[in-house]
Design a binder for this molecule. Structure first.
Ligand SMILES: [Zn+2]
Length: 373
């Protein structure tokens, strides 16, 4: 079979900066990256990787094959080429079923959709007082979890949120870290010492920094401070402008090493379909003017953005290379997915061409382009 060759020219967003040049794609992989000061064209970035996303375009990560297909296709059209279907807190008996559905679907996931890299469980090991939009009746401590449930979800589990102060958390964090699962501290009321203990036990990431966690009270620092002081710890940021005030974004970018910031959408299934009413993990949610809250409350319940919006927002507040790395190279590093996430020879040609407003124009997973606008 003749090799498939394609060349894309434009302003390439590399970790070190934006340079004019071209990328040669051969059989789905990046075969050459050349600088050329005469190169013209779109802003070219690595495909985005969303490690925390509950659904998109009206489709839910916790749904059936049709829903997962729809979610993957909707995400790809926003420049997301890889993702982790993310479950909110579910009944314990439902966790293995979610894991089974995603595992069975992964080999059959559509080529014109974002590629699933496993799954993420946000819950059930969340602190009741920082549960956010999770059903309090379903929360568990790690000590109370049935061993069989853990065994049944381990294969394919890439990220899990744990509040480090819960009974049995330290042991579970250490065990999961040994199994190469990313433990993300979050939904937590932990003290600074409890949070430090969670990272010391093996937690490597932080679920939506500032949201649903003990924070930056200068006399009683909590998880947010621990996350910012630990250079090795990744931090997720929901950069939709509702979850964390934009004034904090450059402060976080200065506090953390460039390779430790993760942009996530935390998007709801209703994302991309406008305002309306929906449910998340059995709880009623309403979306008004792009802000999703538990119905009748001010409690935020996830976002309705995709990573393209987060990248635009953080590019304006910090810089384009930092924003792009936080949506591509950094999540790839978090997951150990070193076959993607950068415009670099030897990586998969998962690429997005952005227009002047950084809007998604076309996307490829290495074989042909999907034209968006
Ligand atoms: Zn959350």
């Amino acid at each position: 079979m003749p090799s498939q060759r394609d060349v894309v020219e434009g302003r390439l967003v590399l970790p070190e900066g934006v340079v004019p040049g071209r990328v040669t794609i051969e059989d789905g992989w990046i075969a050459a990256v050349e600088r050329d000061d005469g190169a013209r064209g779109p802003v070219v970035v690595p495909g985005f990787i969303d490690v925390h996303v509950h659904g998109w375009g009206g489709f839910a990560a916790t749904g059936d094959v049709h829903e997962l297909d729809g979610m993957a296709r909707a995400l790809l059209r926003r420049g997301v080429t890889s993702f982790l279907p993310t479950a909110p807190t579910l009944p314990e008996a439902e966790l293995p079923r979610f894991a089974d559905r995603v595992r069975a679907w992964i080999p059959a996931a559509p080529g014109d959709g974002a590629q699933p890299l496993g799954f993420n469980l946000e819950g059930p090991f969340l602190a009741p007082e920082r549960r956010g939009a999770h059903d309090p009746s379903l929360l568990l401590t790690p000590a109370a979890l049935a061993e069989a449930t853990l065994d049944a979800v381990l294969d394919g589990l890439r990220v899990i949120t744990i509040a480090p102060e819960l009974d049995g958390a330290t042991e579970l964090i250490a065990r999961l870290a040994r199994a190469d699962v990313v433990v993300s501290l979050g939904h937590s009321a932990s003290t600074l010492d409890q949070a430090r203990g969670g990272y010391a036990a093996g937690a490597r990431s932080t679920t939506h920094l500032f949201n649903a966690m003990s924070g930056v009270d200068h006399r009683a620092p909590g998880l947010a401070v621990a996350a910012l002081e630990q250079d090795d710890a990744f931090v997720e940021l929901i950069a939709d402008g509702h979850h964390v005030h934009p004034a904090l974004w450059p402060i976080v970018a200065r506090a953390k090493p460039a390779e430790r910031l993760l942009l996530v959408s935390d998007a709801l299934p209703i994302a991309g379909t406008g305002d309306g009413r929906t449910t998340l993990g059995g709880l009623a949610v309403e979306v008004n003017g792009g802000r999703a809250t538990l119905a009748g409350t001010a409690t935020l319940a996830g976002s309705v953005i995709a990573l393209d919006t987060a990248v635009r927002n953080v590019a304006a507040a910090v810089s384009l290379p930092r924003a792009v790395a936080a949506a591509s190279a950094n999540p790839a590093a978090l997951l150990g997915a070193d076959d993607r996430g950068r415009i670099e020879v030897g990586r998969r040609a998962h690429l997005v061409a952005l227009g002047e407003e950084l809007e998604v124009r076309r996307v490829t997973r290495g074989a042909g382009w999907i034209e968006i606008a």
